[in-house]
Design a protein around this ligand. Structure first.
Ligand code: NDP
Length: 246
């Protein structure tokens, strides 16, 4: 039976590239979308036309009960989750002076609480079955900080603390837990930045002189999910064109 890979927030951007890569490798791919996403059916049917047999479930990853209910449904209808990619995330950028509690909470809940909410209902099962992969999509801005992103940088840095602690707890159970920290990748989130800002401020920070491609991140996810990556756990892998090294 095909392994089940659950990618949160797979309808677009990095998540979509990860879904496509995992499907190409033979996983049964399941994704989630926000409960209010009105384009979910359209996305699924366009993917179906391209030959992909994805399953998709509504889930507010920021909400514990919604995450629990979603995992229960996936387990009943498809099977237990073998690979969890915590990819869903948002930004609400503003300087700390302007940062209010609403935008702080939204980013912490969606990027960091979500990792707890989604991992909690799948982790024991992975350990009991003796195999599992948890892959957390963080950000270069969680590693180095970013102007206007106290909320996002805190959440993304927090993800890696979670990764390291959980990796220790499940290391002997065949379950690996890793963080990927992408730099600027050419998705909608980044392409929304005005071109002149991209060209004058962002690209010059990247030694490779270009944005990353979603497929490049997806390839790394695929490797971390594979059997060959069994000895790799608790790592934070930077994929940023040389923008930040440490
Ligand atoms: P997108 O905005 O394209 O995708 C984000 C996804 O998260 C969407 O599919 C969205 O689903 C989902 N999502 C947001 N909030 C919720 C929620 N409450 N419940 C469920 N799903 C939710 O972003 P990217 O593809 O660019 O980014 C993907 C991940 O990679 C994020 O975690 C981001 O922080 C990280 N990242 C991205 C970088 C980049 O350069 N693009 C760089 C570094 C990290 P829906 O549309 O259904 O709401």
């Amino acid at each position: 039976m095909a392994r089940v890979a659950l990618v949160t927030g797979g309808m677009g951007g990095l998540g979509e590239a990860i879904c496509i890569k995992m499907a190409a490798l033979g996983y049964q791919v399941v994704t989630t979308h926000s409960p209010g996403n009105t384009k979910a059916a359209e996305w699924l049917s366009s993917m179906e036309q391209q030959g992909f047999n994805f399953r998709a479930y509504p889930c507010d990853v920021a909400d514990f009960d919604s995450a629990q209910a979603c995992i229960t449904k996936i387990t009943e209808e498809i099977g237990p989750v073998d690979v969890l990619v915590n990819n869903a995330g948002i930004t609400r950028d503003m300087t700390f002076k302007k940062m209010d509690k609403v935008n702080w909470d939204a980013v912490i809940r969606t990027n960091l609480d979500s990792v707890f909410n989604m991992t909690k209902p799948v982790c024991d099962g992975m350990a009991d079955r003796g195999w599992g992969r948890i892959i957390n999509i963080s950000s270069v801005n969680g590693q180095k900080g970013a102007f206007g992103q106290t909320n996002y940088s805190a959440a993304k840095a927090g993800m890696h603390g979670f990764t390291k602690a959980l990796a220790l707890e499940v290391a002997r159970k065949g379950v690996t837990v890793n963080t990927i920290s992408p730099g600027y990748i050419g998705t909608k989130m980044v392409m929304a930045i005005p071109k002149e800002v991209l060209d004058s401020k962002i690209i010059p920070q990247i030694p490779m002189g270009r944005l990353g491609k979603p497929e490049e991140v997806a390839g790394l996810v695929a490797y971390l999910a594979s059997d060959e990556a069994a000895f790799l756990t608790g790592a934070n892998i930077a994929i940023n064109g040389g923008q930040h090294m440490y």
